[in-house]
Design a binder for this molecule. Structure first.
Ligand SMILES: Cc1cc2nc3c(=O)[nH]c(=O)nc-3n(C[C@H](O)[C@H](O)[C@H](O)COP(=O)(O)O)c2cc1C
Length: 169
């Protein structure tokens, strides 16, 4: 499998921990490069055919600033042929009406540029009211909730990476 770029903010707490866990799970199957979205260039982002992007949801249903600042660059890209998987962090008890919205927003932006979003997961086992990441009975990526379901992180990450190994090219 081709090298995978994992893009997230190095200055986050929980998103960084999950990014490292994902990198460990991928190791052995593909090479991985960790990239800080706060310093990334459009060129660096576009050099990968397989990408994993990580984002939390902040500000009641918004993307964190570090992703928001990179959106104008993404909107100038042609992402046809790119396989992009997204992991999102959210808090279903604290923000049940906007659970994982950031993941949904990022997927919409990337898809609009032609990317193929991979790594959908079932929304079973989560309890929330609404989410922009919801697509039918699935999420458009991996949903992680440290606040109320942190004990499931390990098994969720491992199952997701197993699925990605089949969906990435
Ligand atoms: C001010 C604030 C607003 C938040 N808004 C949302 C939200 O709208 N939806 C959601 O699912 N989680 C929300 N969260 C929860 C975070 O996404 C969650 O705690 C996440 O694990 C933070 O990851 P980080 O440490 O990488 O920033 C919010 C957290 C804070 C502190």
């Amino acid at each position: 499998m081709k090298k995978i770029g994992i893009v997230y903010s190095f200055n986050t707490n929980k998103t960084s921990k999950i990014a490292k866990r994902i990198a460990d799970a991928v190791e052995g199957t593909a090479k991985v490069e960790m990239i800080n979205v706060e310093e990334i260039t459009a060129e660096q982002f576009q050099k990968f055919d397989n990408l994993i992007c990580g984002t939390a949801t902040w500000f009641d249903g918004e993307l964190p600033n570090h992703w928001d600042e990179f959106v104008p660059d993404i909107e100038d890209m042609d992402l046809k042929g790119k396989n992009i998987a997204i992991f999102g962090l959210g808090d279903q008890k604290g923000y049940p009406e906007n659970f994982l919205d950031g993941m949904g927003i990022l997927a919409e932006i990337l898809e609009a540029q032609g990317a193929r979003i991979v790594g959908f997961t079932s929304n079973e086992g989560y309890n929330y009211e609404s989410s922009r990441a919801e697509k039918g009975d699935q999420f458009c990526g991996l949903g992680i909730d440290y606040e109320s379901q942190g004990s499931k992180n390990k098994e969720r990450v491992n199952a997701w990476v197993k699925k990605l190994k089949m969906e990435f090219k």
